[in-house]
Design a protein around this ligand. Structure first.
Ligand SMILES: *Cc1c(COP(=O)(O)O)cnc(C)c1O
Length: 368
């Protein structure tokens, strides 16, 4: 048996700036005692992210989920929302928690994003919006989706939690759709411990987003909306500002590791990797690998890695339309590609400080 890892390897590990850098950022907070409610760091981060994401309009939130949930509320939607079952719980929960009805469209067997060719067949008189996901940072077919949305007068809200900073032909992902939600959770490529943002096209939406994250309060005597508490605090914003300084380096490290995985795994029969899209500048957020006709199935590879204290993740498994909380409402077999990929996919460890030798060891275990 192979020698056990000295330290367990998780699927991801949060990036942290040098401690002194963060501590330095905290000093002004002790002086001003302004800890949350849109302070200086909140505004600085918002401005820097607008530039980084090439977003004309952007609001910060306490996390990505609140950004998505409140963006859907701000758009004042009613009826059915077409989305993908191959995502994190947040995507569908945000729809359902707004009193909207999710309608699941199957995914592309190539890049696992919502299959735009199937989109139209799900549109009914009650359809009001589409919520596609740039899953693993693979960008959706934004052009085709927009064309269909325009034809039927539908809003498009991207779950861009995985696509931070990515570009398509040099255009920032935030430029597509009516709203794009980004997550700055500790496990994401860029993080503010917890955090998130909604980039949006229509400037008028900004007022509503701002109010909705602050209980719908207009002024001291007027409460205009049934809002929530979705505000990002100053400690989060400070972490975001620190991490943004190191982000390019982190992405370069991820790229090297992803390339190393690719070299080892790309030409193996029964193993499929996402194809590279030459139009996209990637952030190398995830390393999803699909085992389809390989000598061992996904669960066997998962177990073998776990025995070696390497913890890959069945991400995304199960599909959202087979969750216990949605039991009896949907049929996973209506989205057969998503159902199959969910059983075959394994997301391998990938983070900036992962040692290249560990990537080699992971590949050895998979291939042996
Ligand atoms: C992380 C994530 C979210 C939620 O973001 P949080 O910041 O954790 O609330 C939503 N959708 C997807 C696809 C995600 O990966």
């Amino acid at each position: 048996m192979r020698e056990k890892e000295k330290n367990p390897v998780a699927v991801t590990r949060s990036s942290l700036p040098p401690l002194e850098e963060y501590v330095e950022m905290l000093k002004p907070l002790w002086e001003s005692a302004w800890l949350t409610n849109m302070g200086d760091y909140h505004e600085q981060l918002r401005e820097q992210l607008k530039a980084y994401l090439k977003a004309e309009n952007l609001e910060l939130f306490v996390n990505g989920h609140m950004a998505l949930e409140l963006a859907l509320q701000a758009l004042e939607l009613d009826g059915e929302v077409i989305t993908t079952p191959f995502s994190f719980a947040s995507t569908t929960h945000a729809i359902v928690r707004n009193g909207l009805t999710p309608v699941f469209c199957d995914i592309s067997p190539i890049d696992y994003t919502l299959d735009a060719d199937l989109l139209e067949s799900h549109i009914t008189e009650r359809t009001c919006a589409i919520v596609p996901v740039h899953v693993y940072g693979n960008l959706c077919d934004v052009e085709k989706i927009q064309k269909i949305a325009d034809r039927y007068g539908l809003k498009v809200i991207y779950d861009a939690a995985h696509a931070f900073g990515e570009t398509l032909d040099g255009r920032g992902v935030a430029e597509f759709g009516d709203v794009s939600m980004f997550s700055f959770h500790a496990t994401k490529v860029f993080h503010s411990i917890e955090g998130g943002a909604a980039a949006y096209r229509e400037p008028a939406l900004g007022h509503r987003l701002y109010q909705l994250k602050n209980f719908g309060i207009m002024d001291s005597e007027t409460v205009e909306y049934v809002g929530a508490n979705g505000k990002m605090n100053e400690f989060q914003a400070a972490m975001g500002l620190c991490n943004l300084r190191h982000l390019e380096q982190e992405i370069k490290k991820r790229e090297k590791l992803a390339q190393r995985y690719r070299e080892r795994l790309q030409d193996v029969a029964g193993i499929r990797l996402c194809p590279k899209n030459s139009r996209v500048c990637s952030n190398y957020a995830y390393m999803p690998v699909v085992f389809d006709g390989y000598k061992r199935d996904r669960d066997q590879v998962f177990e073998e890695l776990a025995k070696n204290d390497i913890h890959a993740r069945k991400y995304f498994y199960p599909c959202i339309n087979s969750y216990t909380c949605y039991r009896g409402q949907f049929d996973e077999q209506d989205t057969p590609v998503a159902a199959r990929i969910a059983r075959q996919v394994l997301t391998l460890p990938l983070y900036a400080d992962l040692e290249p030798e560990v990537v080699d060891r992971i590949c050895d275990i998979i291939l042996e």
